[in-house]
Design a protein around this ligand. Structure first.
Ligand SMILES: Cc1cc2nc3c(=O)[nH]c(=O)nc-3n(C[C@H](O)[C@H](O)[C@H](O)COP(=O)(O)O)c2cc1C
Length: 257
């Protein structure tokens, strides 16, 4: 009897040990693949925000068509280099944890609840066949209801018209705030205008935009039952196109073109 109890325990222990080894080995072995998939998903969203994604071609080859640049938020200047960073791997989100590379946003100005903004951001340029700037793709982020939404907004070469909006990470509720990923809602964005008389006017309303509304080109339908996420999207647009976001960059690019 004693011997059989011991044997049962030994068998159970051996099974547990083997299973835990298999799980750990698989988790470690798949980590690189998971990271690569995450990166490719973000790249796909970058391309989709500019309506450039073609599912019959590889994400990598399409992504290579984009030019990567830095933006110095304090001046709006476009930079080719920044410290010792390699632009391909520069992660502006992780620089926000370094006080030397980021700036704390005063609470009164932190409408998108970002807390720290990177001093230097990374953005993308797409060019047409003649090498002329066609669109720029800008990372944006801001708090919704349950957490920060991370995405990309692409802008036409008038530097005021939205070409597309995509989110690659958020914690909003499926069927409510997560409808930011609904293709029907995303289709409302292309053609919308950001600034009117140099002031950010683009916003997501509560409910539908009335067809006879004034300034219809500055308004997007709200997400039904998700007013807080909708407000979060408005706040991130207002912040990122404001003075401490991309407004200086857009003026610089407009001036150059
Ligand atoms: C479980 C649960 C999940 C919710 N998720 C969201 C969400 O992701 N985004 C959001 O704006 N509101 C969400 N809400 C609703 C908000 O609490 C709030 O009622 C809503 O934003 C108000 O929108 P409305 O004025 O359009 O009804 C959720 C509510 C519940 C109970």
């Amino acid at each position: 009897m004693k011997e059989s109890v011991l044997r049962t325990l030994l068998v159970a222990f051996t099974i547990c040990l083997v299973c835990s080894l298999v799980v750990s080995y698989t988790a470690v072995g798949l980590r690189d693949l998971q990271n690569e998939n995450k990166l490719n998903d973000e790249r796909k969203k970058i391309l989709q925000s500019a309506n450039m994604f073609d599912s019959s071609l590889s994400i990598e080859s399409q992504f290579e068509q984009l030019e990567m640049k830095y933006v110095d938020f304090s001046s709006g200047k476009v930079l080719d280099t920044y410290k010792d960073f390699a632009i391909e791997t520069y992660n502006q989100i992780s620089t926000t944890r370094n006080p030397l590379l980021s700036t704390k946003i005063p609470a009164s100005e932190d409408i998108a609840i970002i807390k720290n903004r990177e001093n230097v951001g990374k953005f993308y340029i797409s060019r047409d066949k003649n090498g002329e700037l066609d669109k720029i793709i800008l990372p944006i982020r801001g708090y919704g209801l349950w957490g920060t939404l991370f995405g990309y907004i692409s802008i036409e070469n008038d530097f005021n018209t939205v070409a597309g909006l995509e989110f690659y990470s958020h914690k909003e509720t499926p069927g409510l705030g997560a409808e930011v990923d609904n293709p029907k809602w995303k289709a409302l964005w292309p053609g919308k205008k950001i600034y009117k008389d140099d002031v950010v006017r683009l916003s997501v309303l509560k409910g539908q935009v009335p067809s006879d509304a004034n300034d219809i080109m500055y308004k997007v339908d709200g997400l039904s039952g998700a007013t807080l996420t909708s407000r979060g999207v408005t706040n991130m647009i207002t912040y990122w196109f404001g003075d401490s976001g991309y407004s200086k960059l857009l003026s610089e690019l407009n001036y150059e073109s």
